[in-house]
Write a new protein. Structure first.
Length: 318
């Protein structure tokens, strides 16, 4: 009888401990280390210094790497803007980010060799990549987070041209946002034991302050497939947030490290902080940053952003 009671108490304690386990995730928007940020780094500066402590406080910090980091390759002739940062710029990411999405419209700016070189530099810095890889299978493999008894799968997709950057069966590239593949990946992650699945999207129209109907339709499809939250980037401006079928969707985080923009909207970005447990997203909030002339993000405590918690029917402003 005593043994049975002790076993029951141990099981109850174990279940309670697991239910209380959380992981603090932090998502940042577009990180571009060429041009102004690259010149700052070359001069001995650090564009991530003002937010380094925020990144390091998170259990897992994730960003979108909006550039090649390479010395190889040739710029594509049919693109207006192409980005390639010097290999040493990866040092500013080290110890700040745990993973970077490469699912975006600039990862292939200098060709496949430069793309693979980029992955090598990032991995050598101890940072995982997702949303791209040496082939289609790697590109669609989640970034798995196993921490505090939780399994979290983060997927990355690009749906902004050129689609020629898409990975193939035997060639490198990014994960393209093909609806059927996105749904299959989310379901596969759940089947593989993910407590939480979060797609990190590169989507929407540039400089548009509100999500498109395409974004809204795809977000609903992903949530119906099992996504616990959806996070977006690419438009170079923030786009607000909503609750879709009970799940938070942050449409665009805007820029994080980026220069060359003159509008105040393009100089505003959000750092998204999420508290995750085995049931999904417990709570989330955003921290505003504003980029200076070099593309360095400076915390802006006076600007409020969207936030929410489990059970909320809509996003609040905090």
């Amino acid at each position: 009888m005593k043994k049975t009671l002790l076993a029951a108490l141990l099981l109850s304690a174990s279940l309670l401990g697991h239910a209380q386990s959380t992981v603090e995730l932090l998502f940042g928007g577009d990180v571009m280390l060429d041009d102004g940020p690259g010149r700052l780094i070359a001069a001995g500066g650090d564009p991530l210094a003002p937010i380094a402590s925020v990144l390091q406080k998170a259990d897992v910090a994730i960003g979108n790497l909006e550039t090649s980091i390479a010395s190889s390759g040739t710029a594509l002739e049919n693109k207006i803007y192409t980005f390639r940062a010097k290999p040493n710029t990866v040092e500013v990411l080290k110890g700040r980010f745990h993973a970077m999405s490469v699912a975006n419209n600039h990862s292939g700016d200098f060709g496949r060799d430069a793309f693979m070189e980029t992955l090598g530099h990032v991995h050598d810095a101890g940072i995982a990549t997702f949303g791209g890889g040496a082939n289609l299978r790697e590109a669609h493999t989640p970034y798995w987070i196993e921490k505090n008894g939780l399994r979290i799968a983060v997927l990355g997709y690009d749906e902004f041209k050129p689609r020629s950057f898409e990975a193939g069966a035997t060639w490198p590239g990014v994960a393209w946002s093909e609806d059927s593949l996105v749904v299959a990946d989310i379901r596969a992650a759940k089947a593989a034991g993910a407590d939480v699945v979060i797609p990190f999207m590169h989507w929407g129209w540039e400089h548009e302050p509100h999500p498109s109907q395409r974004q809204r339709d795809l977000a609903k499809l992903m949530v119906q497939a099992g996504a616990d939250a959806v996070v977006g980037a690419h438009p170079h401006v923030t786009q607000g947030a909503d609750v879709v079928l009970g799940k938070p969707v942050v449409w665009s985080l805007g820029n994080l490290v980026f220069d060359g923009f003159t509008s105040p909207q393009a100089k505003l970005g959000w750092l998204l902080r999420m508290t995750v447990d085995q049931h999904g997203i417990r709570s989330w909030n955003t921290m505003a940053v504003r980029m200076d002339a070099d593309g360095t993000p400076i915390p802006d405590p006076n600007t409020r952003g969207p936030c929410g918690r489990r059970g909320s029917r809509k996003a609040d402003v905090c």
